[in-house]
Design a protein. Sequence first.
Length: 369
Amino acid sequence: MKLKYIIAAAVSVVMIAGISVCAAVSVTSMNSIRDLKNTIEEERAKADAPEDPEYVRIGEAYEIKPTKKISDAYISGDDSELDDSEKATLKAASDVIKEVVKDDMTLYEKEKALYDWVTTNVSNEYEGMTADPQQLAEPGAVLTSKKAVCVGFATTYKLLVNMIGIECMVEHDYEKSHSWDVLKLDDGCWYICDCYMGVSSRLANFNMNQEYALASHSFDVSKYPVANGIKYFPAFNEKKDINKAEDLLKLVAEFLDGKDEFISIGMKKTDLSRAQMEYLISGISSRVEIENGYLDYSVSDVKIEDTEYTLAVINKTLYSGSCAELDETTTERYERLLTYQFGEIDCGDSGDYDCNGDVVYNGDDEPVG
């Protein structure tokens, strides 16, 4: 027992001596440690905090910057707090609203008018198409050049609908390689709009609910409002119901003969409903021609109002830009150049068709005369 007390006393003496010698150093060290701890806690808090939807970096090329000052200035009628660039953006956006939005429109009609303007007047561009990629992502430049990447479509549409009083935020996929909008309408529900994809398939990407959007978009649903709207969801509200897949043939034939650019067809989901509808629509697409365009379609399994559907959305999509055909003299010259550089076309075993796609055998494997 005595030995224990002697050892304890000795340790105490050593500790006290050590503390006395290092006292000056310890004060400085403790302050440094405290500062480091505070820094670590601040960085951890930033990492855990939700992303600011008003300022997001997309890949290496684009930044989403706040436009709230601009939309607030439009609503208040006071632009005194804006810089020259923001005032120019406000003017360009105001001109679009003045052009397409009328006082007697409902909020939904105003929203759709702005969506139609963006998807009709702004063209898809890709990284590398301009010396300054950021210009394809900012509303001011997009409204001036009428060119945008997906981020530019999303930020421009967000600004426009914000200006008419609609709550809206930009939504992204997991890798932030694609962006679109989620907005709240007067029914209190949220809807998803993808203006970039809407250029080719307009109403198929307009006011989608989350279940339908997830068939073609991948994103972290926990980070954004749940898009559960039905009232203003045209792919569902305007769908034509069928009982069996074959019934869509007549509907699509009538659609092709008419002036509508969009048709939605719904069928109660079965094990084969999606495969059947995709097969039939693909077959139609390969058999019909649309002047200066093509059939664009999507088939999705969705659950809406507790009922599971297979939903087919078909659009008459027109090519953007010129689709002029080459004259025969030019194509013949190009064919000679291609043959010289790369050789003749190797058809292989072409079955019933020759290299030009012409039938060369009939059903009895006899040559066609």
